[in-house]
Design a protein around this ligand. Structure first.
Ligand SMILES: [Zn+2]
Length: 168
């Protein structure tokens, strides 16, 4: 549903990675050019960090949609007024009209995606993937070295890396 664009901090290669609208996935990325790993905190490891509230409730997109719709109607109304009564229009108003309309449509799509439960299903799949990654002790250690606080349930399988205070 979207892309995250960036730059590899190791070699400077431009990166463009497919992800969903809320950046769910591993924050540990691998550069396709230099093959080195790096941290990209825009990605969200959902088993640790939880879901973005925007993906669990449509309220945010409904509010944003109302705002975009207001901009669209205001720009459209002004455009209509100037065209019909003053025989002119300006590009700024047209730009606002287009941006507002695209924003309104985008917000409606996302509000429906979340509100009708599609995002919830997708969230469950991302959570399962995230939990699978966290079953790898090396992966967990890597996240810890980057400063992530790992919930106890994912530390259980880590043997000596565990300080022994966790009990199942
Ligand atoms: Zn690189």
């Amino acid at each position: 549903m979207g892309y995250l664009e960036g730059t590899c901090p190791k070699c400077g290669e431009k990166t463009r990675e497919q992800c969903n609208a809320w950046g769910y996935g591993s924050p540990i990325r691998f550069c396709t050019r230099c093959k080195q790993e790096y941290l990209d905190q825009r990605f969200r490891e959902v088993a640790i960090q939880g879901f973005d509230p925007k993906s669990t409730s449509p309220v945010y997109y409904i509010k944003a949609m109302i705002l975009c719709l207001a901009v669209t109607l205001a720009a459209g109304g002004w455009m209509y007024y100037t065209l019909h009564f003053r025989q002119y229009w300006n590009t700024m108003t047209l730009a606002l009209l287009i941006v507002g309309a695209i924003g309104t449509i985008g917000c409606i799509v996302l509000a429906l995606w979340v509100g009708l439960g599609f995002a919830g299903k997708e969230n469950a799949r991302y959570l399962a993937e995230s939990e699978k990654r966290l079953r790898d002790p090396l992966y967990v250690q890597k996240l810890q070295s980057y400063g992530y606080v790992i919930p106890a349930q994912y530390l259980a399988g880590m043997g000596t890396a565990n300080d022994g205070t966790q009990e199942e």
